[in-house]
Design a protein around this ligand. Sequence first.
Ligand code: NAP
Length: 315
Amino acid sequence: MIKNTITSTKAKLTQVRTFSVDFSQEKVLRSRVRLNNGAEMPQIGLGTYSVKKPEQIQWALKYGYRHFDSGFFYGNEAMIGQELKKAEKELWIPRAAVFMATKIPPKDQGYEKTKAIIEKSLKSLSDLETIDLVLLTFPSTPGLDPKDPKNIENRHDSWKAMEEFVISGKVRSIGLANFKPRHIEKLLKISWIKPVLNQIETHPLYQEHDTIALCQQNDIAIEAYSPLAQYKKELIENTTITKIAQSHGLDVSRTILAYLTQKGFIVIPRSTKEEHIASNIQIGDVRLSEDDMKEIDALSQGNQMKVCWDSKDVI
Ligand SMILES: NC(=O)c1ccc[n+]([C@@H]2O[C@H](COP(=O)([O-])OP(=O)(O)OC[C@H]3O[C@@H](n4cnc5c(N)ncnc54)[C@H](OP(=O)(O)O)[C@@H]3O)[C@@H](O)[C@H]2O)c1
């Protein structure tokens, strides 16, 4: 009996060793950001829109990711939840070591709908007992005119439902996405629980300076979505970025991610390919100079390039 236990423990250890990477050779970004409620989250996470295969989550875990950004409407919560459960049992990566974030679809705004969809997310994430972060994805409700005041009522009712999940302990933190200063200011007036972060499109060619400033004044972290501008050539072939990348012997993606994390933003680059998942997190020892940072900062002054949806018309 004892012999059997020793044999199975040895087998497990071998499995862990086979799977893990020798991090002494790797420069993985391990910084964590402390949120305004005291929770901490890894500064880099895997954006999982279009990530559908279990091996993509396995690669991310293998290369050191401990943060996943999903959404009920990405259709991959169940797969991710299963992979996290598997990682806990087979790879001894405790659930508590992984930060799982998801989002409420805009169509599910309103108190009852939001309650129902969070329950569904909890189930769909393979019955994970808690979700680390739930985001209110957009300030308006599909089908309503952006100027309709019902948008405000719906998103505030959603927020009340989200607060109840924090109070019940099923959700640890709640936050926003695509919220502009006026949306945040209104929400802060009615909320009991402050949003921990605002997830907004942020990359060297697009930065919402007014939103970022307001969030920073209110201790709301900035999470940069589409940090690589969906790999559009206007960013990837930008001469300032490519020059700085070459001077550090880096690829363009890592240069951009280093810039964003050095500014204190949380980043969630998406990739479906093992080599990209592996390299994007290898920025632990990259340090851009003050001049590099200033040069890249200058790219988001004046004309900007937005690649994703915009809430600028929403009341
Ligand atoms: N809240 C919101 O409204 C919102 C909106 C958009 C996105 N998001 C979140 O933000 C995440 C990321 O944003 P995103 O998906 O729009 O785009 P992104 O991360 O800016 O870019 C993803 C694209 O970059 C490519 N890529 C990644 N790393 C690469 C590398 N090292 N070399 C070459 N190509 C690379 C990927 O292709 P490969 O697959 O070939 O690597 C993919 O085509 C999403 O997955 C989602 O979680 C949230």
